[in-house]
Write a protein that binds this ligand. Structure first.
Ligand SMILES: Nc1nc2c(ncn2[C@@H]2O[C@H](COP(=O)(O)OP(=O)(O)OP(=O)(O)O)[C@@H](O)[C@H]2O)c(=O)[nH]1
Ligand SMILES: [Mg+2]
Length: 326
């Protein structure tokens, strides 16, 4: 009979949309001791999950929960998925990537005080911050952004290659004013974290400043025939599209379309005339990485509320011949 699972080291890797959470977890997985088995649970705001495929392509054991955030819309699937992961994988460590739009308080409460109390040992919560965002009051006044920083034990400035001196000193100011002080403050690029930071202990004295700010995400619209999904919460909207298996897109036209969109975040997996690609865009910087074949082409776009309309037609116009007819 299997031994009862207890005290599995568990970490949250949080931070606002596109700050580099997935990049950081992929880097941590490369540092994982060979004899250990880690599981990753990733949560996406939109219904069309992309990060799960990125982790799977990197060979990680992953469960993806999409279509809301862990604390509200998908709280139940969250608990079911953790149970399943623990049972199937019996991991030596569990890493959780909550959606960048989520509020971490309820997630931490569920892990620390809920039914996982005996099973998981929650260690440091790591928050990544893009220092340039600290210059923009639209972020620094966003309650979820503030509380991701407030509840972190380890605070890391990522994207230091893009950070100017003003942004860098703002980051230090935020770190210094945190109370209790952070267990560790660091700066990095490409999400390079030291694996030892995962074992820094959690400080239960950390308090959310806006514990009730986060509003329940509702799946505002699901068109299951056309495979189009919309979601909305806390001033943001997501649009998700899943395309028929045989769709093939023109690589150049897709990139042209994405470069014209003024949105917060684009994540997609596409079969194109140049092969399979993962497309990632934050702050207008588009990053394409070739990818193993996936089940279908799909995309998730997140924009501030009212700043994006349905782009299904524009996407369809980027299609070339279907794969099956090649
Ligand atoms: N310039 C620069 N880009 C980075 C750095 N770290 C990550 N990125 C890029 O930022 C984009 C988003 O990275 P992700 O790791 O997907 O970010 P995320 O926080 O997981 O995004 P969401 O899950 O959508 O919130 C990708 O294109 C990364 O390659 C960095 O240090 N510098
Ligand atoms: Mg991610």
């Amino acid at each position: 009979m299997n031994e009862k699972l207890t005290n599995i080291p568990t970490n949250l890797v949080m931070g606002f949309l596109g700050v580099g959470k997935t990049t950081a977890i992929l880097d941590l997985l490369k540092q994982k001791p060979k004899n250990e088995n880690w599981a990753v649970l990733v949560n996406e705001f939109g219904k069309v999950g992309i990060d799960g495929a990125i982790f799977t392509a990197a060979g990680a054991t992953v469960k993806e929960i999409s279509g809301g955030c862990l604390c509200c819309a998908v709280a139940l699937p969250f608990q079911v998925s953790i149970n399943r992961l623990l049972k199937e994988v019996r991991p030596d460590r569990l890493i959780i990537e909550p959606t960048g739009l989520g509020h971490p308080k309820k997630v931490l409460d569920m892990l620390v005080n809920g039914s996982f109390k005996e099973v998981l040992e929650v260690r440091s919560s790591i928050c990544l911050v893009d220092p340039e965002k600290l210059k923009d009051p639209r972020y620094t006044s966003h309650e979820n952004f503030i509380d991701q920083i407030a509840l972190a034990d380890v605070l890391v400035a990522n994207k230091m290659d893009l950070a100017g001196t003003e942004a860098s000193s703002l980051f230090h100011h935020w770190a210094e004013k945190s109370n209790p002080l952070k267990g560790l403050v660091a700066q990095t690029t490409q999400g390079q974290l030291d694996i030892a930071w995962l074992d820094i202990s959690r400080n239960p004295q950390r308090q959310a400043l806006h514990p009730n700010a986060h509003k329940l995400i509702k799946m505002s619209s699901v068109d299951s025939v056309r495979q189009q999904f919309k979601n909305e919460a806390d001033g943001y909207q997501s649009f998700g599209y899943i395309f028929p298996e045989q769709s093939c897109f023109d690589y150049g036209q897709l990139n042209n379309l994405f470069s014209r969109l003024k949105v917060e975040r684009i994540k997609g997996i596409f079969y194109t005339n140049k092969g399979w690609f993962i497309i990632n865009s934050v702050d207008g910087i588009i990053d394409n990485v070739s990818s193993p074949a996936s089940s279908n082409s799909r995309i998730e776009i997140i924009a501030k509320k009212g700043e994006l309309q349905d782009i299904s037609r524009a996407l369809s116009q980027c299609k070339v011949d279907d794969k099956l007819s090649e």
